[in-house]
Design a protein around this ligand. Structure first.
Ligand SMILES: [Zn+2]
Ligand SMILES: [Zn+2]
Length: 344
């Protein structure tokens, strides 16, 4: 009995210690793919996307395991897959081997008509192999239980929320002269997106959601409100398929993190567009954008990796947030961090 009492006390202390850390977000470097670990203040954990397949899967799952160690997690409860492109679901089996997921969330049946490149059927099959029977298909407006944090699904399978959340709903002045793009025909357009909230802190991750759907979310009214932290859509507006100013400038993120690769995303135009966010306090990048000059990259302190992929150590960017809306972003390469105050 003594042992049991001790274990209970130790577990309680552990849980309280974690709660004191608030909500945590680890933007894991998977070389221009997606893998973001989110841990709720009450200890529930969710991996949003699982990196790339093939030889890259071993590298990516090792980095996911590094983030688990940093977060003190023996496993990850949920795998949330934004879409079935290789850099988001290709690593699912390898990630499952280290994370032992309990539950799986996605946008539903894969439709091969959205395929870009090859192999979407194989990836989807491999994903079903681990997810089947434990899978939840989400739609816009759904909420996912996540302990003391809240997860709102804002987009899925080409649709977006029809009602405003997070204090949104205002007319969006940036829609008036906004550039429209035709309906996108890639799997990116099907991305599920989430707004994760903990008190006044909000984090938006919409995967590779395309320009046309970003416009649906924020025009003519901005349905998302203002947010604290944005994971820059599509690795920093890759090929300008995402990054609609009408969304970016309306949601006014305090801080933007780009999960860009050395040569994927965060082109100079994306960098410039982010600088025009009113009230922007910081831009962090997973990688130095090697094709851009110094003036179109964040300062080195705020870049997690400076090398091309072959030499990259895969450092993550870690965020801890409190319910008053304040949050700290840390570069796990240099351990340099910056704290941002909650907005009034
Ligand atoms: Zn992607
Ligand atoms: Zn890297």
């Amino acid at each position: 009995m003594k042992t049991l009492a001790f274990i209970v006390a130790a577990a309680l202390a552990f849980a309280q210690g974690r709660a004191a850390q608030g909500l945590r977000v680890y933007v894991i470097d998977v070389e221009g793919g997606g893998a973001t670990l989110v841990v709720s203040p009450s200890g529930e954990s969710m991996l949003i996307d699982s990196g790339s397949p093939g030889p890259a899967a071993e590298r990516d799952s090792a980095r996911i395991a590094d983030a688990m160690r940093a977060a003190g997690l023996p496993k990850i409860n949920d795998l949330f897959t934004t879409h079935y492109d290789s850099d988001h679901v290709g690593g699912a089996s390898a990630a499952n081997a280290v994370a032992h997921f309990d539950r799986f969330f996605d946008h539903g049946e894969m439709d091969p008509k959205w395929e870009q490149g090859r192999g979407i059927e194989d990836r989807y099959g491999a994903y079903l192999g681990i997810a089947q029977g434990r899978r939840t298909v989400v739609k816009p407006g759904d909420t996912i239980p996540f302990g003391r944090a809240r997860v709102d699904v804002v987009s899925s399978a080409g649709k977006v929320i029809d009602r405003a959340i997070n204090g949104g709903g205002q007319q969006n002045p940036f829609c008036k002269d906004a550039e429209s793009k035709p309906p996108n025909t890639t799997e990116n357009s099907q991305s599920t997106g989430v707004l994760i909230s903990y008190g006044r802190f909000t984090f938006l991750d919409v995967g590779d959601l395309t320009w046309d759907k970003e416009m649906d979310l924020t025009c003519p009214t901005n349905k998302l409100g203002r947010i604290s932290l944005l994971l820059a859509t599509h690795h920093g507006f890759f090929n300008d398929q995402s990054g609609a100013p009408a969304l970016l400038w309306a949601i006014q993120p305090q801080v933007v993190i780009a999960n860009n690769g050395p040569r994927k995303g965060m082109a100079p135009a994306a960098f410039d567009r982010i600088q025009k966010v009113s009230g922007l306090e910081g831009l962090w990048q997973s990688h130095l954008a090697l094709a851009s000059d110094k003036d179109h990259n964040a300062s080195e302190d705020m870049i997690a990796n400076l090398e091309p992929s072959a030499e990259c150590k895969g450092h993550a960017i870690a965020v801890t947030a409190k319910s008053d809306g304040s949050f700290t972003v840390a570069n796990m390469r240099s351990n340099i961090s910056k704290t941002y105050r909650g907005r009034q």
